[in-house]
Every structure is written in structure tokens, then in C-alpha cells.
Design a protein around this ligand. Structure first.
Ligand code: ATP
Ligand code: MG
Ligand code: MG
Ligand code: MG
Length: 477
């Protein structure tokens, strides 16, 4: 089943059940405390918190998301993309827990000929918050799951809160069992490689106060308007339905992976390290394509820096596959062609997208070799001196003069067997920021874009934390 078909079925199913179909918002979130849209619920935050009355009682969407906090998992787990799409159904004080559970079960297990996904109940597990007896009862009532495939878990995995006084509530998550060849028995609590999380149902139910931490607070009462917020990973369902091993091999991503293999002359499936690199390339190219489409440009700050990291990590991964020259003119069109049906703007704006992406590759290729030499020298010296890390000054020089994102430097250093003095690097970075600020002030220039980014920084952790990822995302700067 193609990704587009799963998406279509989703919107049809919830549309048929009274949900207003809302188009995906931009990856660049309206919420100034967030770098990117990290979950389907982000565009609905004002309705979920009650800040603005919802214009509809129930809604559904397929939302483009970016989660940079998952970047280190990409290519290594089967299920983490920096870009992915989250299918969501939402109720704003309308239906609640029982109906949400019933919908989820129906959509997953209804026959394909009946508009569902046709999952076998035998392959599914759910987790519930250990004290949420209602959820357990509703799963028993509406699903055919045996009792031992409804696992009770604690607050750390199955509770949602913002970490602040306000709404909170238990979650129930749905997992697909890939079978014994992928890991040990025992359900989602024991193995997240075998049991792949596909769908999270959040029941916003309580008012909390006395918040000591995200999972330590007092429940002071029931919310007058209880909300439903769910998120199903489109790519995760797609890789399962397409019978492939991971989300980088689905129809929307695989063509880039194949192109990386073709250009490098290496075969996917031959050497594990190369496979990871090809998956990283396929992921990052798609994420960069979608970010540029939504107006992000490479830069050294904020959103642009994330994009730069994705692009430069791609260049480096291609070099590790043995390719020296420019490859974006081959990789990006493959991603465009795989994504343009779902997002026509990717095709319509491709000239602009290509200009930005290809120029970034050219720039980085010019400095990569030089920077690599500098890093090699620093690594050798550290090893000779018996130091476990290269200095923050080298990392800063590589960042500032050669455009090496810090995680790239760290990755390259780790590969050579040493660490990077990260805190010295951060000190140099913040000194540079202060200098730039002082400079800007003395020139009395109004740097509109920079002030936007410092507002992100100032916002720090006081954001609405919909999912764990929101928190990590807000810390990116
Ligand atoms: P995981 O535990 O696998 O990292 P999560 O608990 O962080 O997932 P949620 O925040 O609950 O994910 O998001 C809702 C759904 O979105 C998940 O059940 C999953 O299907 C999907 N999802 C989350 N992160 C990613 C990602 N990086 N790539 C692809 N799909 C994702
Ligand atoms: Mg999870
Ligand atoms: Mg989850
Ligand atoms: Mg996660």
C-alpha cells in the first residue's frame, strides 16, 4: 500500500466520522518558542489549551513534522526520520477516550476492502498508563486483544503533561509486532525494535498544579473540556504495510537511497555502515527538500542552521561512500519526484529549491577538505599528548571558518577515537554571540531576523510541551 493511499484512507476515515480535514501547516511553526512543527498537535495548541475556542469540534490532518532530536537515531533504528508525517485526529471537548480507542482499533483492523489498514489483531499490542482503568476497559470492550497484550506502563512513557500547571492526562500507545526475528518476546516494554510504536493516543483529561517536574505533580480536578490528541506515524505504517524493513525503504524515500547507491557504486544491503549512510542521506535530503520548500535557508543560526547541518551531513555521508564531487543535482531530483505528488509545491518551486541546495553543497565542498585536514592534525596531536579530546578552539575554528556544524566535528572526531571539548566550544560560541550583539548595538542596526532568533533563545524551556520532542526541540539553540 503506497504512502499516498494510507494518507488518503486516514483522511477519508476520519472525514467520514465528522472530522474537519485540515491541511498540513508549515514546518516552520507559528509558535515562536518552537523551531519547527514537531507533532500534528502543534497547529492546534491554542484550541487544546482553550486559549482560542476551536472552530470545529473535531479535526484530522496529516502534518509535516521535523524532529531534530531524533537525528542520531536516523538510519540506525528503522523508525526515526528527521522529517516525517504525523496523521492526527483531534477532539476539542467533543468525543473522548472510549471513542478515540474505538476509532483507532477500527482504522487499524478494518479490512482493506472496507477502508481500513487491514492489520491483523495478532500483530498489535497496546500500552496504557498503569492507573488508567478506563482505557484498559475500553480496549477490552472494543478490541479483540487478549489481556496480556495490553501492557501497563508508568508516567515516564504513558503520561502527557506540559511540565506546567494546566492540562495533562494519560496516553495509550499502539505497537506493531515485527516478529521474533527482530527481538525478544515480552511486548513494547521490553523491545522497541521488534515492537514498533505506530500510534499515540493522548487523553487530555486533568488539570494539574504543584508541578515539580514533568511527571511529578498534583491532579487538582477534571478538565471541563476534555480533549483528544493522537499521532500516527505515516512512514511507520507505510514501511509495515509495504513489507520493507524500515522507513527509509518506503516509496517516498527509497528512490533517494537508490540514487545514493547508484552514484557511489555501492550496493545497498552489502555493508552495514554503508547502509546506515545511505539511509541517512535519503532521510536528510528529503528533510532538506521539505524545509527549503517551506522557506528555510541555510544559515548559522536557528532554523537555517538545522538545515545546514542536514545538508552538510549529507555531503559528508556521500564522501564516506567514496564520492568526491557534487551529488545534490542527482539526489534532490530523486526526492522531488518521490514527494511531489503529496506536495505539489515541491515540484512547482524546484528551481528555487535546487539553487539553494546546490549552492550550499558547492560552498561546503570547497572547505571540507581543508577542514578535514585541520581536524586530522588536531586529532593526531591529542592522541600523541594522550588527551581524550580535541580542543574547543579547533571545533570553533572548524565551525566559524570552515562551516563544520559541531555535530559533524564531533562525529568525525569520535570516528577517529577522540572526543571534542564541547563546553569550551560552547563558551567560544557564546562569546562570539555577545560580540556580534554588542557590534550590532553599536552600529544601531536593526537586525530583524537575528532578534527573532534571540527571542527563541529567550523563550527557553517555557514552551508548551506537547510531546517530549517539543522540549528537546526548544533546546536546539
Ligand atoms: P518513539 O518512541 O518511537 O521515538 P515517540 O514516542 O517519540 O516515538 P510520539 O511523540 O508519540 O513519538 O509521536 C506520535 C507518533 O509519531 C509515533 O507513535 C510515531 O508513529 C510517529 N513518530 C514519532 N517520531 C517519529 C520520527 N522521528 N520519525 C517517524 N515517525 C515518528
Ligand atoms: Mg515512544
Ligand atoms: Mg509516543
Ligand atoms: Mg521519540
Amino acid at each position: 500500500m503506497q504512502t499516498a493511499e494510507i494518507r488518503r484512507r486516514w483522511l477519508q476515515f476520519f472525514g467520514d466520522r465528522g472530522h474537519t480535514v485540515v491541511p498540513s501547516a508549515s514546518l516552520v511553526s507559528d509558535d515562536p518558542s518552537l523551531l519547527f512543527t514537531v507533532a500534528g498537535m502543534v497547529p492546534f495548541i491554542p484550541y487544546l489549551t482553550g486559549l482560542i475556542p476551536a472552530p470545529y469540534p473535531r479535526a484530522t490532518s496529516v502534518q509535516k513534522c521535523i524532529r531534530t532530536n531524533d537525528i542520531d537515531e536516523v538510519g540506525k533504528t528503522p523508525r526515526h526520520g528527521t522529517f516525517f508525517q504525523m496523521n492526527g485526529n483531534f477532539s476539542f471537548g467533543d468525543y473522548f477516550k472510549e471513542q478515540a480507542i474505538q476509532y483507532a482499533w477500527e482504522f487499524l483492523t478494518n479490512a482493506e476492502s472496507d477502508g481500513g489498514l487491514g492489520f491483523s489483531a495478532d500483530d498489535l499490542w497496546v500500552t496504557v498508563y498503569e492507573e488508567d482503568d478506563e482505557a484498559i476497559a475500553f480496549w477490552k470492550r472494543h478490541s479483540s486483544l487478549p489481556d496480556d497484550r495490553i501492557q501497563k506502563l508508568g508516567k515516564d512513557t504513558n503520561y502527557w503533561s506540559t511540565g506546567q500547571p494546566g492540562p495533562a492526562g494519560p496516553c495509550s500507545e499502539i505497537f506493531f509486532d515485527r516478529g521474533p526475528e527482530y527481538g525478544v518476546d515480552g511486548g513494547p516494554a521490553t523491545d522497541d525494535d521488534r515492537y514498533v510504536e505506530i500510534w499515540n493516543l493522548v487523553f487530555m483529561q486533568y488539570q494539574i498544579a504543584d508541578v515539580r517536574s514533568k511527571y511529578d505533580f498534583e491532579i487538582t480536578g477534571e478538565l471541563p473540556n476534555k480533549n483528544i490528541d493522537t499521532g500516527m506515524g505515516l512512514e511507520r505504517v507505510a514501511f509495515i504495510k509495504q513489507g520493507v524493513d524500515n522507513m527509509y525503504e518506503i516509496d517516498q524515500v527509497r528512490p533517494v537511497l537508490d540514487k545514493a547507491a547508484e552514484v557511489s557504486g555501492r550496493r545497498y544491503g552489502a555493508v552495514h555502515e554503508d547502509d546506515v549512510r545511505m539511509r541517512v542521506i535519503a532521510d536528510h535530503v528529503r528533510s532538506a527538500l521539505m524545509l527549503i520548500t517551506d522557506g528555510v535557508q541555510p544559515s548559522n543560526e536557528g532554523r537555517g542552521y538545522i538545515l545546514r547541518r542536514l545538508l552538510r551531513r549529507t555531503v559528508r555521508a556521500m564522501r564516506l561512500l567514496g564520492v568526491e564531487g557534487a551529488t545534490f543535482p542527482q539526489l534532490f531530483p530523486a526526492s522531488r519526484d518521490a514527494m511531489r505528488d503529496a506536495y505539489p509545491e515541491v515540484g512547482e518551486q524546484y528551481d528555487r529549491i535546487a539553487r539553494i541546495a546546490y549552492a550550499e553543497e558547492e560552498t561546503f565542498l570547497r572547505t571540507l577538505a581543508q577542514g578535514t585536514t585541520i581536524l586530522d592534525v588536531a586529532v593526531d596531536r591529542a592522541k600523541q599528548d594522550g588527551r581524550p579530546a580535541i580542543g574547543g578552539d579547533t571545533a570553533f575554528l572548524l565551525h566559524d571558518t570552515f562551516g563544520f556544524p559541531i555535530d559533524l566535528t564531533m562525529e568525525m572526531a569520535e570516528e577517529a577515537g577522540v572526543h571534542v571539548d564541547r563546553s569550551a566550544f560552547e563558551t567560544l560560541m557564546s562569546e562570539q554571540r555577545s560580540r556580534a550583539k554588542a557590534d550590532a548595538k553599536s552600529k544601531k542596526t536593526a537586525l530583524a531576523d537575528l532578534s527573532v532568533y534571540s527571542a527563541f533563545r529567550a523563550a527557553g524551556e517555557t514552551v508548551f510541551l506537547g510531546y517530549d520532542a517539543l522540549q528537546a526541540e526548544s533546546r536546539v539553540l
